[in-house]
Ligand binder design. Structure first.
Ligand SMILES: Nc1ncnc2c1ncn2[C@@H]1O[C@H](COP(=O)(O)OP(=O)(O)OP(=O)(O)O)[C@@H](O)[C@H]1O
Length: 470
C-alpha cells in the first residue's frame, strides 16, 4: 500500500496543506478540513516537483458545483513517492468505481439552444473539467437544424460517450441519427450525456435530479464518472414512417406545452407552463381514441416496483434480454397489425401524455413511475372533468403528486395507438410537431444508453398518500 498522506505547499498560500485519502474520500486540511468524495476527484498529475489535484465541489453548501485545481509543491515526498500517491488516488477514483480513465468523447454543441450560451458554457466551464480528467475531445458545433441528426447517422463509433451541449431537441435528433446509422444497434450503445443548455432539459433532470439537473458542472462530472445505464427508446410510427422518441408524445392540452410556444424560447422552461395555462383556459377535449396493450394498471404495484428497482445499485442488473441478431437494422415492430389483447380507453379525454423518464421539464414530473429499462411506456391520460379538478392535478405536477389522484388514468403499456376522431390537431413527439393522424408507439427495451451517476432516474417518486386524495 503506497502512502496516503502528503503535505503540500500550495502556490501563493502560507499554510502547508495536508492531503490524504481513504477508499471513499480525499481530505484536504489546512487547519480546517474539506472532504471530497473520490467520485468528485477528476484528475491528479505531477509536473516536475509540483502536484496538481482537480476536483469538483461546492464552495458553500448552497453554491453550484465548480472545478477546483489545487497546485502545490510536495515538501515531504520524493518524485517516486508522489507518483505512487497519484497512481493510487486515481486508481481508487476511477477503476475502483468501475470507470475507465481518459474517455474518448464526441461533443456536439448547439450554439442556438436555449439562451444561446452553449458555446460559452462549454468553453468556460465544461471543457476544463473534461481536460482535467484527461478525456480526448472531438468537438463539433451544429450549423443548422438537422445537423446533429447527420452527425449521429454518419459518425464513427469509436467513442466512449457522446456529449450533447444543448436541450432535449438535440437528443431527439441524435437518437434518430443513430436509428439511421449503418450499424444502428452499435450506435445506440454509445451512451449519451447531456449538458443542459437548452430551453427544455428534461433528460438532464432525469439523470441528475432536481438539485443538479441544471448544473453544468454536475453534468460534466457525469460525463467523466457516470456509468452506462440502459434505457428504452420508443418507435413512433405514422403513415409507415418510424421516428424514435425518447421522452414524450403529447396530445390535447398537453400538446399545447410544446406546440405554438416556439416563439417564446426567451422564456426558457417557463414557456411550457405558459402553454399549459393557455390550454387550460381553452379547455378543449382531445378528439382521439386511445387503445393500448396493457402491462400494468395498478398504481400501487407500479410504485412498489419502482422502489424495488431503485434499491438495485447495479444499473445492468436487469432482466436478461434476447441477444441481438441483426446489428444492421432496428428491432422489428412487435405489435403492429393485431388487435388481440388491446384495450380501448372508453372515456372522453382532455389530454394524453405518454413517454419515458419522470420529468419532461422543470415543473412537470409527468411520468413519476417511469423506469429506464422496463420495456414499457408510461401513459398519463386525463379524462374530461372540471377545470377545478384539472387545476388540482396541475398543482401536483411539479413533484408528480397528480399520479395518486384517482381521476388521472396511469397505464404502463407495451404499446399504444391513437386514432383521431376529428380532422384537426397535432401531436408533439419529444417537442417536435406531427399531424394528428393515426399512429402507434412501442417500446424497445434497453436499446440505448445514458451516462448516469445513479443507475436509475434521479427523480424522487411522489410518496404514497396514507389515504387516497379526494
Ligand atoms: N446551428 C443551429 N441553428 C439553428 N437551429 C439549430 C442549430 N443547431 C441545432 N438547431 C436546432 O435547434 C433546435 C433546438 O434544439 P435544443 O433542444 O437543443 O434546444 P432547446 O432550446 O432546448 O429547444 P427545445 O426546447 O425545442 O428542445 C433543434 O431542433 C435543432 O434542430
Amino acid at each position: 500500500m503506497s502512502r496516503r498522506d502528503l503535505k503540500i505547499r500550495v502556490v501563493g498560500a502560507k499554510n502547508l496543506y495536508s492531503l490524504s485519502f481513504t477508499d471513499e474520500e480525499l481530505t484536504i486540511a489546512d487547519g480546517r478540513a474539506i472532504q471530497v468524495p473520490l467520485r468528485q476527484v477528476v484528475g491528479a498529475q505531477r509536473n516536475d516537483h509540483s502536484l496538481e489535484v482537480s476536483y469538483i465541489g461546492r464552495k458553500k453548501k448552497t453554491d453550484p458545483m465548480s472545478l477546483t485545481k489545487l497546485v502545490g509543491i510536495a515538501e515531504d515526498a520524493e518524485d517516486d513517492v508522489l507518483d505512487a500517491w497519484i497512481s493510487t488516488l486515481l486508481h481508487l477514483a476511477y477503476e475502483g468505481m468501475g470507470v475507465t480513465r481518459g474517455r474518448r468523447l464526441k461533443v456536439v454543441i448547439n450554439p442556438h439552444g436555449g439562451t444561446k450560451k452553449g458555446v460559452a458554457i462549454f468553453n468556460k466551464t465544461v471543457e476544463p473539467i473534461l481536460r482535467a480528467a484527461n478525456c480526448s475531445l472531438d468537438v463539433i458545433h451544429t450549423t443548422r437544424a438537422g445537423h446533429a441528426y447527420e452527425i449521429a447517422k454518419t459518425m464513427s463509433l469509436d467513442y466512449d460517450a457522446m456529449v450533447i451541449v444543448s436541450g432535449d431537441g438535440l437528443i431527439h435528433e441524435v437518437l434518430n441519427g443513430f436509428a439511421h446509422h449503418e450499424q444502428p444497434i452499435n450506435a445506440f450503445k454509445i451512451p449519451l450525456a447531456p449538458i443542459p443548455t437548452g430551453s427544455g432539459n428534461g433528460l438532464s433532470l432525469n439523470i441528475l435530479g432536481m438539485d443538479d439537473g441544471f448544473d453544468v458542472c454536475a453534468a460534466a462530472l457525469n460525463v467523466v464518472k457516470g456509468l452506462s445505464m440502459k434505457i428504452d427508446v420508443l418507435s413512433f410510427t405514422q403513415n409507415g414512417k418510424r421516428t424514435i422518441s425518447f421522452m414524450s408524445q403529447a396530445l390535447g392540452l398537453a400538446a399545447d406545452l410544446d406546440i405554438g410556444t416556439d416563439n417564446l424560447r426567451w422564456m426558457g422552461e417557463s414557456r411550457f407552463m405558459f402553454g399549459f395555462l393557455r390550454g387550460l383556459v381553452q379547455f378543449k377535449p382531445c378528439p382521439i381514441e386511445l387503445s393500448y396493450k396493457a402491462a400494468e394498471l395498478d398504481k400501487n404495484k407500479m410504485f412498489d416496483t419502482l422502489i424495488k428497482r431503485r434499491m438495485k445499485d447495479n444499473p445492468d442488473d436487469v432482466e436478461p434480454q434476447a441477444p441481438e441478431t441483426d446489428l444492421t437494422a432496428l428491432p422489428p415492430l412487435k405489435y403492429s397489425g393485431t388487435d388481440e389483447g388491446w384495450t380501448v380507453l372508453d372515456v372522453p379525454l382532455l389530454y394524453v401524455y405518454a413517454g419515458k423518464g419522470p420529468y419532461v421539464g422543470r415543473d412537470l414530473m409527468t411520468f413519476p413511475m417511469s423506469l429506464p429499462d422496463d420495456g414499457l411506456i408510461d401513459i398519463a391520460a386525463q379524462p374530461v372533468s372540471s377545470r377545478g379538478e384539472v387545476l388540482s392535478n396541475l398543482g401536483g405536477a411539479p413533484k408528480g403528486e397528480h399520479y395518486w389522484r384517482p381521476n388521472l388514468r396511469y397505464i404502463k403499456a407495451h404499446a399504444y395507438r391513437v386514432k383521431p376522431l376529428a380532422p384537426k390537431g397535432a401531436v408533439a413527439v419529444d417537442g417536435e410537431v406531427f399531424p394528428l393522424e393515426e399512429f402507434q408507439v412501442e417500446a424497445h427495451q434497453g436499446l440505448a444508453r445514458l451516462l448516469s451517476p445513479h443507475g436509475y432516474y434521479a427523480a424522487d417518486p411522489p410518496p404514497r398518500p396514507s389515504k387516497p386524495p379526494a
